[in-house]
Design a protein around this ligand. Sequence first.
Ligand SMILES: [Zn+2]
Length: 268
Amino acid sequence: MTALSDLIAAADQLWPAALAEPWDRPGLAVGDPNSRVTHVHLALDVTDATLAEAANFGADVLFTHHPTLFRPAAEVTTVSWPGRLVYRAVQHGIALFSAHTNADSAAGGVNDVLAGLIGISEPTPLVPNDDDPRVGLGRVGPLSPPTALGQLAADIARALPSTASQVRVAGDFDELVHTVAVCSGAGDSLLDEPAARAADVYVSADLRHHVSIDARARGQRGLINLSHWASEWVWLPVAADQLRHAVPGIEVTVSDLRTDPWDFAIAQ
Ligand SMILES: [Zn+2]
């Protein structure tokens, strides 16, 4: 029998909780560590839809990248948010577990998967961890082979699941890109890192107006802005394979539900 505690121990080997940022709240949010696990369902977010899907699949665990109880919930009722997610999870006997910034930083985690998909060879952390410089937030490295900015953005757009957020680019379409810095998810905060500034292009999601203008004014030649959901969803199939290896005998499935908040875009 596989207990939830066995799954948590395996997850901690792959994405050590010690690598999580101090403000983060990954790990077990809902569940009994002694309960039996036969089926783990992976999604980027706990939403009404992904939770219903997990229940339909008969999963005992909904494993997500984003923590459910990131902010404290004052109520756990069917009419509160995010309290109703906790209510429904308990109702269906589904544990809620997440690997967030620890999975971003870990070797082979979210940023390594995204860097590999972009074509960065031998990526190293953009912000190395103090205790272990082989892990950390973001990745940077040479692009193999060097590619024009517009072509690189088109290649990334093809490699990611499509979203209304699309792929937006700042910079010269034809400029040859030799080095790329990347940060999965919301990457405003790493834009000013020396290794990001030194790269020809910075690839991330949720890049805001002012920080992007500032970065361009400081000399950042290229920015590629992705959908937050798409930039991190690509990690889920890899994480699922790692869990299948680490915890043999359990079923592991990945949700294709788009939890990107945008439904459509109007081209102008
Ligand atoms: Zn994220």
